[in-house]
Design a protein. Sequence first.
Length: 210
Amino acid sequence: MLLNVYEALHGYFGDLHWWPGDSPFEVIVGAILTQNTAWKNVEAAIGCLKAEELLHPAKLRRLDDQHLADLIRPAGYYRVKTKRLKAFLNFLNQDCQDDLNTLFADDLWVLRKRLLSVHGIGEETADSILLYAGGKPVFVVDAYTRRIMQRHRLVSDKARYADIQTLFMNDLPRSAPLYNQYHALLVNTGKQFCRKQNPRCESCPLQSFL
């Protein structure tokens, strides 16, 4: 069933090449900044960091908190996100000496548990880091995924994050590229068709699955 959904969406949208970023570290910063905001705001914040050539773990970690907050202001909740970024940067330094290769060399589920212990990193953020920056085969569940799955009665309204993730990972091949593209397809479907208000069900590529 889930492969049929994938094929319908892939046929409509094509390859989406998500997540945008020039480096794994930029992807990680984006995953933290995108919490509770639109991606265009994250792009603006990352643009500010790039303009000052600060997209490096050591440079960001040494940066004054107020300066960092000012730079990421476009992403919203900038003081909270400053603390979350600094928490991750301290973790990366203490555990891996700022080396992402060392970070991602760890076992998927061991590393996921370690990431979840970092202040401000929840399941969706951890899995986005693992999948998009680390190339690990773990499925990311977000609000769009939940909404689409619930509206098509593939999960209950009470389904937990882990329930939805397990459904995808048990039903699909363990493939990071597949999970990457599938999540991007669901995000685009949620934005364009399966909207929270005024959904466009009549023109949705998944109309036949209703």
